[in-house]
Design a protein. Structure first.
Length: 389
């Protein structure tokens, strides 16, 4: 198949035409019933994109937890099934390393070469969506099972890709409630030999909280790109939130920096829950350091204490879990608290099963939602990064 022709066609194509371009390439393989599925914001269902060129009927959504398409999405491996018309093939669709959906197509014969070509077409699909979604809302809209709140829409536009895979570092994160999140956010950047990470929890709910999140994320990115040391970024965040929120609003959070060569981890804490370290399949402790007060309150104190920078030497394949208090403070219908002990036990079981960071995140989020028996009353965010060594 001529992937080059598909890329050239995309340069001047309607931004919403990715399904048509992919179907044209698939037809050259003799494939039929080509469908692109995008995972919804809650990571619970796969939403089909229609191919407008053929005016075909839109397939129904596929459940992530119980379908062949869902198995491909969660395992990130190809799945096949024999059908009367040939072999149905499901391959992952990723944008860089961020898993975003599944490509399904029926081929006359699923030889090794054909399956490999289908997998390459899944990669091409991800890159086409990543490039063309910058100029259309179509792909964002098809990822919605229901309407996003204004605050959630603002938050999702702030977030980096939910998954990053690199030879030295893997990071995965998720926010809940996906369609109503307001104050929680995270950010990261891989800058040469340094990995930068931050998680934030803005005071309050709704649009007001998302506005504070926009301020802290924007400030974090700005001062990080200016080359400030970790403690300098921490202090700048406090000054910016104090200046713009005038002492009536604040945000907790944690900043982290990892040297990818040595595994040296540095972090500062602004009144935030402490991270958990996972090593060799079990929780080995928490990253304790002297926290400052939340950002937005420190500059107003007469004797502001400079941030304490914690240091930890990571071992190869160590994972660090960052989370917001909405996860451990979640309460069941009987008012039982989820709690840190249950979180650590769950993380240990996931790590002992050797789950990848993105799968651990999915298990944690699902467990908190099941514990709550529905949506959360407060935002809950989980982020894991793993230093490969």
């Amino acid at each position: 198949m001529d992937f080059g022709a598909a890329l050239r066609a995309a340069r001047t194509a309607d931004p919403a035409s990715v399904p048509d371009i992919v179907e044209s390439v698939a037809n050259a393989l003799g494939a039929t019933d080509t469908t692109i599925y995008l995972v919804d914001f809650g990571q619970q269902s796969l939403e089909p994109l229609p191919a407008r060129r053929t005016h075909s009927n839109v397939p129904t959504r596929e459940d992530v937890a119980s379908t062949m398409a869902g198995r491909t999405f969660t395992t990130q491996s190809t799945t096949t099934a024999e059908r009367d018309a040939g072999t149905r093939v499901w391959v992952p669709v990723v944008e860089g390393s961020d898993r975003t959906g599944v490509l399904a197509l029926t081929v006359p014969e699923a030889s090794d070469d054909v399956v490999e070509t289908c997998e390459e077409l899944g990669v091409l699909t991800g890159y086409l969506i990543a490039a063309l979604s910058r100029t259309t809302d179509i792909y964002n809209l098809y990822r919605r099972r229901r309407s996003l709140s204004l605050a959630a829409s603002m938050q999702w536009d702030l977030l980096p890709p939910l998954v990053l895979k690199h030879p030295s570092m893997v990071v995965a994160g998720l926010v809940e409630p996906a369609y109503d999140v307001g104050g929680d956010c995270f950010d990261y950047a891989l800058n040469g030999g340094v990995f930068e990470m931050a998680v934030f929890d803005a005071m309050g709910h709704g649009v007001e909280a998302s506005m504070i999140s926009s301020l802290v994320v924007g400030s974090y990115r700005h001062h990080r790109r200016e080359g400030l040391a970790l403690e300098g970024i921490h202090q700048a965040l406090d000054e910016e939130v104090t200046r713009h929120c005038r002492g009536i609003a604040f945000a907790t959070g944690l900043l982290a920096r990892v040297d990818l060569t040595s595994g040296r981890l540095e972090w500062t804490n602004a009144g935030h829950p402490v991270p958990i370290v996972i090593r060799n399949g079990s929780v080995v402790g928490e990253l304790q350091s002297t926290p400052t007060v939340p950002w937005g309150l420190g500059s107003a104190t007469p004797n502001r204490v400079p941030p304490s920078v914690g240091v930890e030497m990571l071992e190869p394949r160590d994972m660090v879990l960052l989370y917001t208090d909405g996860s451990i403070d979640a309460r069941s219908p009987s008012a039982e608290e989820f709690g840190i002990a249950q979180l650590m036990d769950l993380v240990t079981r996931c790590a002992s099963d050797e789950l990848e960071p993105e799968e651990i995140i999915r298990v944690l989020v699902r467990s908190v939602l099941d514990f709550r028996d529905g949506d959360l009353s407060d935002d809950a965010t989980f982020v894991i990064f793993q230093w490969k060594g």
